[in-house]
Design a protein around this ligand. Structure first.
Ligand code: LMR
Length: 397
């Protein structure tokens, strides 16, 4: 059996984790996978997380199973964080294995849902460029994928006309993937007005939103970054939100996330929740507890929440500073980087092609994702000049 498998290549992004580690050049700069690094190039465990972990070690009474929905108090706290404590919509949620696990469960829910008009697999519309794992996750779950442009030909501005055109072309019942904030990979988000317009079009047409929310707090702030999602779920009858805590709590390897389902009526939500639990049971039975318990412990304590918020604010402030430092650099214009200060979140996308990505690595030991995505959250301020110099040199013919 084993020998009959086609040999799969490593995931092109995750393969870089090992490649960077094996690179002996001391000045190497890892701007590939999306993790925050401080000025020393470290990804420390957040203080609030350390404190919550200490509390759990001291006080956790049992490690007995919690069931396929995982930690329901964690889910309730995440729902408050995303939707606000006074949201008018009803919500159900289950803990997931990171944001990817939430996307996977969402995709399975869409795939097993009988099509209202019959025929063919469920369809999801993706605005491209998008995160490199969206297509594999959705395809593997059995969805049909349709794509359209997220940005204009220059890649520097949102192509909102393409979004509206997609809403015309999509069939009622089709799912639409929207990134909640800090668009991966472009950093180009919707304005408040665009969220409202899209929400109305989707509600009118019966399109079903799936929101990927992985960077709440990395753009403008915890509340501000959730405003678009809140506008959306208030205007559409039902929505799915895949939430990741991996970046926001720095819990990357603990894989913490939640799938939220919003609606106006309790009975359909209960059915969706039951189906999600059944799918989770088939996929992995129950999610691992630790990371979600940490997040719950932080969010249940006013002191730890205040500490966590300060730490998140500090990460965002550094990220904003990095964006500004690049945007005002004398070479930013030539390199097409002046827009960075107006974009949001951890990432930006270089207009450069594969050759430049390769030269950055070979000549300057600067690693970016294979599609030219740069993890700005991994760039210490003290290395901004190195990054610009390396890029300028790689872009030279
Ligand atoms: C990233 O996009 O860099 C991270 O979310 C890691 C991943 O799972 O791809």
């Amino acid at each position: 059996l084993f020998d009959r498998f086609d040999l799969q290549p490593d995931d092109p992004l995750l393969a870089l984790i090992g490649e960077v580690r094996a690179d002996p050049r001391r000045h190497r700069l890892d701007l590939s996978v999306g993790v925050y690094r401080d000025e020393e190039g470290q990804t420390p465990v957040m203080e609030a997380v350390k404190a919550a972990e200490a509390q759990l070690v001291a006080g956790q009474a049992s490690k007995a199973y919690l069931g396929p929905a995982g930690d329901v108090q964690f889910c309730a706290r995440i729902a408050d964080l995303v939707l606000g404590a006074h949201s008018g919509c009803q919500v159900a949620g289950l803990q997931s294995v990171g944001g990817t696990g939430a996307l996977r469960l969402a995709a399975r829910l869409l795939a097993v849902n009988p099509r209202p008009h019959g025929g063919g697999p469920a369809t999801i519309w993706l605005a491209t460029p998008t995160w490199g794992n969206h297509v594999p996750v959705f395809e593997e779950a059995g969805l049909r994928i349709r794509t359209f442009d997220h940005t204009d030909a220059m890649g520097t501005a949102l192509d909102f006309a393409a979004w509206l055109e997609m809403a015309e072309r999509a069939e009622p019942g089709d799912a639409i993937l929207l990134q909640g904030c800090g668009h991966n990979p472009t950093g180009i988000d919707f304005t408040a007005q665009q969220w409202a317009t899209l929400a109305m079009r989707m509600a009118d047409k019966g399109l079903f939103p799936l929101v990927d929310l992985a960077y709440q707090g990395f753009g403008l702030g915890l509340e501000e970054d959730a405003a678009g999602v809140r506008t959306l779920v208030e205007r559409v009858p039902e929505a799915l939100i895949a939430v990741s805590c991996n970046k926001t709590f720095g819990l990357y390897r603990d894989r913490v996330g939640a799938l939220l389902m919003t609606g106006t009526q309790a009975a359909p939500l209960a059915k969706a929740m039951a189906m999600a639990k059944a799918l989770a049971r088939g996929e992995y039975s129950m999610p691992p507890d630790h990371g979600a318990a940490v997040v719950r412990t932080v969010l249940e304590s006013a002191d730890l929440t205040a500490l966590w918020t300060r730490e998140l604010d500090a990460m965002r402030a550094r990220l904003v500073q990095t964006r500004k430092a690049i945007a005002v650099h004398p070479l930013a214009g030539d390199l097409g980087l002046t827009g960075l200060a107006n974009q949001k979140g951890m990432f930006c996308l270089l207009g450069a092609g594969h050759r430049v990505v390769q030269k950055l690595k070979d000549e300057s030991a600067i690693y970016v994702a294979p599609d030219g995505r740069v993890n700005l959250a991994g760039l210490p301020l003290a290395r901004v000049d190195d990054f610009i110099a390396g890029l300028a040199s790689a872009c030279r013919a």
